[in-house]
Design a protein around this ligand. Structure first.
Ligand SMILES: *Cc1c(COP(=O)(O)O)cnc(C)c1O
Length: 364
């Protein structure tokens, strides 16, 4: 019995008939670009997330890029973000010509440390882009207060946090924009690439819709240089089916995480910390340990997958290191050297969780 990081097949099997039927209907209709399922998914996602507008785009990376572009962020601007995230967060900032300014993270939640943000603000700062890392909401009320005080935009990277809430309010509904990814392994995933931008501002929503469609509002009339970045009709079919189950999927992740944490309480590793600011939906279950290599080897020998998200903080990546040589972010650097993630998916059985936890516990 091998255990993968995420088992997409068991989830597909559970919703197979509805997805297959929906895809066949979409094929018969032949409205492949910005068709009825995209529109319906955008409305259903907006209602679920508690925002006025949700706009489907081609990926989570594009969601960040188009949100930054629609916000008018450009060359010469600075955007404050986390160094402990997937590269796309900072790539998108560079796509619009702006400079990512990395602020260190908290040692327990791994989210950006609000207490360190103000020192990084300069006259060039235009926005703060927190990441809800591993599915746990960043401290949005603290970050929002800083944005208000300094006149900055809040843009949320929600690629790992679909359905994670703070007191009932969803991540992606706090900022001027939320950017979501539907990469297959994300907690709401489609069967290819896909993304979503949320906003409650009608003007910004309109701007994003123009940008995703070649800078055009009226066909063959182009007002700005835009992009080809649309959510695909077939992916929208899949997402509409899965959206109906996202609460139960996220609850399944929490069940797995809590069982892991109780089984590994004495395993000599640091299990994930829930800071109580919002609901952690455990896109990843991430430990800290000084015995990472030994644990990963023992898991691999037992046929169990594991992964390091993320081994190198962004300011140390080859692409950024020359420009950030003087930057020291001790918490992100320490966490990157000791973190590792275990298999987690909503359908994981208690037996599978017990097997993984037993192997982790056996490494001393
Ligand atoms: C996955 C991810 C992205 C990028 O999403 P894609 O759909 O793969 O382009 C951006 N930010 C974070 C934090 C992610 O995990």
């Amino acid at each position: 019995m091998n255990i993968p990081m995420v088992d997409l097949k068991v989830q597909y099997n559970a919703v197979k008939e509805e997805i297959n039927r929906g895809i066949l209907e979409a094929l018969e209709k032949t409205q492949f670009i910005l068709g009825p399922n995209v529109t319906a998914f955008e409305e259903e996602a907006a209602a679920f997330l508690g925002v006025k507008h949700a706009i489907g785009v081609a990926s989570g990376t594009d969601a960040l890029h188009l949100a930054l572009a629609a916000a008018g962020i450009k060359e010469g601007d600075e955007v404050i973000t986390s160094p402990f995230t997937f590269i796309a967060t900072a790539e998108a900032i560079r796509y619009v010509g702006a400079v990512p300014v990395f602020v260190d993270v908290l040692p327990d939640s791994f989210n950006i440390d609000p207490a360190k943000i103000e020192a990084a603000i300069t006259p060039k700062t235009r926005a703060i882009l927190p990441v809800h890392i591993f599915g746990q909401p960043a401290d949005l009320s603290a970050i929002q207060a800083i944005c208000t005080k300094h006149g900055l935009l809040l843009i949320e990277d929600c690629a790992q946090s679909f359905g994670a809430d703070v007191d009932g309010r969803m991540t992606g509904s706090f900022g001027a924009f939320g950017a979501f990814s539907f990469f297959p392994s994300k907690n709401l995933g489609c069967y290819g690439d896909g993304g979503l931008i949320t906003t409650s501002c009608p003007e910004l929503a309109e701007q994003v819709k123009v940008l995703r469609n070649h800078g055009s509002k009226v066909r063959y009339h182009h007002s700005v240089i835009g992009f080809n970045s649309r959510l695909d009709e077939i992916q929208a079919v899949i997402l509409r089916v899965k959206l109906k189950h996202i609460r139960e999927y996220n609850e399944g992740r929490r069940r797995v995480a809590h069982l892991y944490s109780s089984l590994m309480a004495d395993a000599g590793v640091v299990t994930p910390f829930e800071d109580g600011i919002g609901t952690h939906i455990y896109h990843q279950y991430t430990l800290l340990t000084d015995r990472r290599d030994a644990i990963m080897k023992a898991l691999a020998d037992a046929g169990i997958a594991s992964a390091v998200y993320y081994p190198i903080p962004l300011h140390k990546q080859d692409v950024f290191a020359p420009d950030y040589s003087g930057v020291v972010l001790p918490v992100a650097e320490d966490v990157s050297s000791r973190c590792m993630s275990l298999p987690i998916f909503p359908e994981m059985t208690d037996e599978q969780v017990r097997r993984v936890a037993a192997v982790v516990t056996s490494v001393r």
